[in-house]
Design a protein around this ligand. Structure first.
Ligand code: AMP
Ligand code: ZN
Length: 469
């Protein structure tokens, strides 16, 4: 399996630190609002990486944090006249609902920054002891960036380049820094802000130290994969490396993975431009499985443009898989329990070729676009070779393959509890197209499938109406 590593800027063979196990940390959202579809991209992408690794037999320890103390959370709490924890707990609960709707598996652990303050104080103490940090007069603790010789190795910046752009690194209120490149580990409290007691002052942690500490606590000093959106490469992940490696004296993460950005109408998605959708907005217009399919239809490192056209294409793509499984289930209900014929066994061996194609695509740095093409080829193969004469064993084996590959992508293509409205509508749509193409045999077959399921069709002048018997 090859994984593109931001650290080396190359695809590398994936060799975990411990055989059969994968430790993975994915930077999670800051919880001050409903998550937007940009935040959903790393969730979906790295959930798919995890699912594929599990499919390959690895035991994956997957940690993803919630940043629950931050300026934006505090601002919102002040606006609502409530505590920051009320805001963060509300949006953690909402985020979990969205994750479930997107079929993103819960992490092995979802740590919250505010529950890990002791570990942060401990790591900051270690950095102070080792001479990698200092306390300013007002009690702010800074990381001494120049004390970490390898600073810049992830973002491929050198300290001189950074110096020339150092003006942009100056942050107001941080004027006691010894060097503009230094960054905050701990800052003093301000009026109306949550705070914790620490040896240097009452205050709160900087953002970067959270992830170094949570990753260490739940996964150990050295981990296999650290991931997030590409905007996190600098400074967040660069700073995490500096803190963790300076404190622990060991390499931090072996592979650094970053997803590309999600844009809207080819522009950066941002609140100020007003081109901004929450996952909840999208759920009112589309099944969130369509959003998941859309995200996986591109390579995770490419920028991806969100548009109504691409979502419509994603819906069609997903419908093709769902309809094929509905067909197979229908045929299965009527199939006898006779054994598979030799011809069917040969066909199944051929179908296995599409599974190999899927694996090859995923082994090549999780190329989900090609992996989904392999599912389409399998679906086409099933549609061609499965019919009323097929044995139950053959139909079952074909269906199992389609469902298994879809499940690795986290796509739910088989609804267990009877037929859902969208499955019915997908079949009706297919029947209309079959009639247009004068394929009346297929049109009748679909009507029969639906009748069997207790769905009654009525052709009216306004179109096809349906009801449950
Ligand atoms: P934040 O809450 O801003 O820290 O973001 C949480 C995660 O979402 C991080 O991994 C970000 O890199 C990622 N992210 C934010 N916006 C986008 C976007 N438009 N496209 C892709 N990933 C994003
Ligand atoms: Zn992080």
């Amino acid at each position: 399996m090859k994984v593109y590593n931001t650290l080396s800027r190359k695809k590398e063979e994936f060799i975990p630190l411990e055989e059969g196990k994968v430790s993975m940390y994915v930077c999670g959202p800051t919880v001050y609002n409903l998550i937007h579809i940009g935040n959903a991209r790393p969730m979906i992408v790295f959930d798919t990486v995890r699912r594929y690794m599990e499919h390959k037999g690895y035991a994956v320890n997957y940690v993803s944090n919630f940043t629950d103390v931050d300026d934006k959370i505090i601002k919102k709490a002040n606006e609502e006249g409530t505590d920051a924890s009320v805001i963060s707990e509300r949006y953690i609960a909402e985020c979990k609902k969205d994750m479930e709707a997107l079929n993103v598996k819960p992490a092995t652990t979802h740590p919250k920054a505010t529950c890990e303050i002791d570990g942060m104080i401990e790591m900051i103490n270690t950095l102070l002891e080792k001479g990698h940090a200092y306390v300013a007069e007002d009690g702010t603790v800074y990381f001494k960036t120049r004390s970490f010789a390898e600073y810049g190795k992830l973002s491929h910046k050198n300290l001189d380049d950074l110096r020339s752009g150092e003006r942009s690194l100056l942050v107001s209120g941080e004027d006691q820094k010894q060097d503009p490149l230094d960054f905050v580990l701990w800052k003093p409290k301000k009026e109306g802000e949550p705070f914790w007691t620490a040896p240097w002052c009452e205050g709160r942690p900087g953002w970067h130290i959270e992830c170094s500490v949570m990753s260490k606590k739940y996964l150990g000093d050295e981990i296999d994969i650290h991931a997030g959106g590409e905007d996190l490469i600098f400074p967040h992940h660069e700073n995490e490396i500096a803190q963790s490696e300076a404190a622990n004296g060991k390499p931090f993460a072996k592979y650094w993975m970053h997803n590309g950005f999600l844009n809207i109408d080819n522009k950066k998605m941002s609140k100020s431009l007003g081109n901004f959708f929450t996952v909840r907005d999208i759920s009112e217009k589309y099944d969130l499985q369509v959003l998941r399919f859309f995200m996986l239809s591109a390579h995770y490192r490419s920028p991806l443009n969100f548009s109504a056209e691409l979502m419509a294409a994603a819906k069609n793509g997903l419908d093709r898989i769902v309809t094929s499984v509905v067909n197979l289930n229908f045929l299965l209900e009527n199939a006898g329990d006779g054994a598979m014929s030799e011809a069917e066994e040969n066909l199944l061996a051929e179908a296995e070729g599409f599974v190999d194609k899927f694996d090859e695509a995923m082994d090549d740095d999780f190329n989900t676009a090609d992996a989904i093409s392999a599912i389409f080829e399998l679906v086409k193969f099933a549609n061609t070779h499965a019919d009323a004469e097929s044995s139950g064993a053959f139909l079952e084996a074909l269906k199992e393959k389609i469902v298994m590959l879809s499940d690795i992508c986290g796509l739910i293509v088989e609804k267990k509890q009877g037929m859902l409205d969208e499955d019915i509508e997908a079949l009706i749509q297919e029947r209309q197209e079959a009639r247009k193409a004068k394929n009346f045999a297929r049109a009748d077959e679909i009507r029969n499938i639906l009748t069997e399921k207790g769905i009654i069709l009525e052709d009216t002048r306004e179109g096809v109406k349906w009801k449950r018997a």
